[in-house]
Design a binder for this molecule. Structure first.
Ligand SMILES: Nc1ncnc2c1ncn2[C@@H]1O[C@H](COP(=O)(O)OP(=O)(O)OP(=O)(O)O)[C@@H](O)[C@H]1O
Length: 448
C-alpha cells in the first residue's frame, strides 16, 4: 500500500470518526507495512494500539478495503527506538496534563461565536443560558447542561461561551474538551503514574466545559474520575458546562450519582429547527459565501426552498449550501431553483421522504420473505439475523433515529447491537455484490 492510499484512508476515517477521535487515536498511527492481509502500524504505546484495535479496528479495515486493499487483520507494534514523529505525537497528547500551568483543551473553532449563532424559538432558552454564563458574573446555575440532537449547535454555543469568557477576562483559565479527550487524558495519566498532576490541573481551571458527555457512559473508572473532578470544581465555585445528545436522565449506563449531579444546575435543550430558524441560518451563511465567491448570483426563492425542504439539522443545511456554491462556481452559473434541484437531488430526496423504521422493517422482511415478528424477535439464526442487520443499516442511513432509538424498535436491543449490525453490513456491502444490490433495491423502493 502506498502512502498516498493511506492518506486517502485517513481522510475517510476522519470523516467517519470525527475530528476528536481522529486526532486522539488515528493520527498517532504510523503505517508500516501490508503483507499477507495483515496491515501493521507503529504506535507510540501499547495502550494506544489496544484501544485503536478494539474501538476502531473494524472501521480501519473497512476503509482500507474500500480503497482497494485486501486487509483481514491489523497489527500494532511499539518500535523499540521510538521514531521522532511518534514521539512528538505522544508528547503532544500525553504529557500536556503534566506540563506547565496552561492546559490546552480541544481547539476552539474561531467561527463559533455568539455573533454567528442564529437565535430562534427552538434554541432561545439554550442561547440565553449560554449568554448568561458567558457574562462570567456570579454563578447562578452549575452545571449548565445543554442537550439536543446532532448538528443543532451545542458545540457552537460552548465555543461561543469560551470565546466570550476569554475575551472578557483574558486571565481566566477556561478549559473546553470533549468527554473522549477527558478519558484519554485520564487514562494516559494513570498509565504514566501522573494522576496527581492530572487532578491538580483539572481542579485548577476556572471554567470546565465537557462536550458529548454521553461518551463516558459505561466507562467506569473515567466516570468515577469525572465525578470527583466535577465535585471538586463545584465545591470550589467554578463554572461547569456540559453537553450531551440527550437529557442526563436518559443517558444509559451513566452512574446515578452523576446523573443527579448533572441535573442540579440548569438543563436546557436545543429543539429541532423550525422553518424560520433554518431560513435565518441560510441567509447569514449566504452573506459569508457571497464574499467568498464574488459575482455568484442566487435567485429569489432558493433559500426559502431549501429551508422548507431540508429539515434535518443545521449541519446538513450548511453542507447543502457549501455544495451549492462550489458547484455553481465550477459551472459558472447563477444559483437557480433548477440548479439547486440538480445539485442537491440526493439531499433533497433524503429529507423529502420521511421513511420510518417500521416501513424499513416491513419492506426488508417482505424482500427476504420472513415474518416481521422474526425480524424484531430474538432469534439469531442467519436467515433472520442478516435481514435484521440490513434493516438496521437502512434505518441508520435513511432515518434520523439515533442508534438507541433504532435498537428500541428492534425488540429493545442495545445500541451496540445496532452498531455492530450496521458495521457488518458496511463490511459485507464491499465484499458481497448480492448484498450491495439488495441494499440498492431496498433503498430505491423505500425512497419512492
Ligand atoms: N443556531 C445556529 N446558528 C448558526 N449556526 C449554527 C446554529 N446551530 C448550528 N449551527 C452550525 O451547525 C453546525 C453543527 O453545529 P454543532 O457542531 O454545534 O452541533 P452539535 O449540536 O454540537 O452536534 P454534534 O452532537 O453532532 O456534535 C456548526 O457548523 C454550527 O456552526
Amino acid at each position: 500500500m502506498t502512502n498516498d492510499i493511506w492518506a486517502k484512508v485517513l481522510t475517510a476515517l476522519k470523516g467517519a470518526l470525527g475530528a476528536n477521535s481522529f486526532s486522539s487515536w488515528i493520527e498517532p498511527l504510523e503505517f508500516s507495512q501490508l503483507a499477507g492481509g495483515v496491515a501493521t502500524f507503529h504506535v507510540p504505546t501499547n495502550f494506544i494500539g489496544n484501544y485503536v484495535s478494539q474501538n476502531f479496528g473494524d472501521q480501519i479495515i473497512y476503509h482500507l478495503n474500500q480503497h482497494g486493499q485486501n486487509v483481514q487483520r491489523l497489527q500494532f507494534d511499539v518500535p523499540k527506538l521510538t521514531k521522532p514523529a511518534a514521539q512528538k505525537q505522544t508528547e503532544r497528547v500525553a504529557s500536556k496534563p503534566s506540563g506547565d500551568d496552561e492546559i490546552a483543551g480541544s481547539p476552539l473553532d474561531a467561527r463559533f461565536t455568539f455573533d454567528t449563532f442564529i437565535v430562534g424559538k427552538p434554541n432561545e432558552l439554550a442561547h440565553a443560558a449560554a449568554r448568561r454564563v458567558a457574562e462570567g458574573g456570579p454563578i447562578t446555575f452549575n452545571p449548565l447542561f445543554l442537550y439536543g440532537g446532532v448538528g443543532l449547535g451545542k458545540t457552537h454555543l460552548m465555543h461561543a461561551i469560551a470565546h466570550e469568557l476569554k475575551q472578557r477576562s483574558p486571565g481566566l483559565n477556561v478549559l473546553y474538551l470533549s468527554a473522549e479527550q477527558f478519558m484519554y487524558r485520564f487514562i494516559t495519566a494513570l498509565r504514566e503514574r501522573k494522576m496527581m498532576d492530572f487532578k491538580q490541573l483539572f481542579r485548577s481551571v476556572d471554567v470546565l466545559m465537557v462536550d458529548d458527555v454521553q461518551f463516558i457512559a459505561g466507562k467506569d473508572s473515567t466516570q468515577e474520575e469525572f465525578f470527583h473532578t466535577f465535585n471538586a470544581l463545584v465545591d470550589g465555585q467554578k463554572q461547569i458546562i456540559i453537553s450531551a445528545d440527550r437529557a442526563p436522565g436518559e443517558i444509559k449506563d451513566l452512574e446515578e450519582r452523576i446523573k443527579s449531579r448533572l441535573q442540579c444546575g440548569l438543563v436546557v435543550d436545543l429543539h429541532p429547527t423550525d422553518y424560520e430558524l433554518r431560513l435565518s441560518v441560510l441567509q447569514s451563511k449566504v452573506a459569508y459565501y457571497a464574499a467568498q465567491y464574488p459575482g455568484l448570483q442566487i435567485a429569489d426563492g432558493v433559500l426559502e426552498f431549501l429551508a422548507h425542504r431540508i429539515t434535518t439539522n443545521v449541519r446538513v443545511l450548511e453542507g447543502a449550501l457549501t455544495r451549492l456554491f462550489a458547484f455553481a462556481s465550477l459551472v459558472g452559473r447563477e444559483i437557480t431553483l433548477e440548479l439547486t434541484q440538480d445539485c442537491l437531488s440526493d439531499v433533497l430526496k433524503a429529507s423529502d421522504r420521511k421513511v420510518t423504521v417500521e416501513e424499513i422493517q416491513r419492506k426488508v422482511s417482505e424482500h427476504y420473505n420472513i415474518r416481521l415478528s422474526d425480524m424484531i424477535g430474538p432469534k439469531r439464526v442467519r436467515n433472520y439475523a442478516r435481514p435484521r442487520q440490513m434493516a438496521m443499516y437502512l434505518a441508520k442511513h435513511m432515518t434520523s433515529r439515533s442508534l438507541p432509538e433504532i435498537g428500541r424498535r428492534f425488540g429493545g436491543r442495545d445500541h451496540t447491537t445496532v452498531m455492530h449490525g450496521v458495521r457488518k453490513i458496511e463490511e459485507l456491502k464491499a465484499l458481497d455484490s448480492q448484498i450491495a444490490d439488495d441494499l440498492e433495491l431496498l433503498r430505491r423502493a423505500l425512497s419512492e
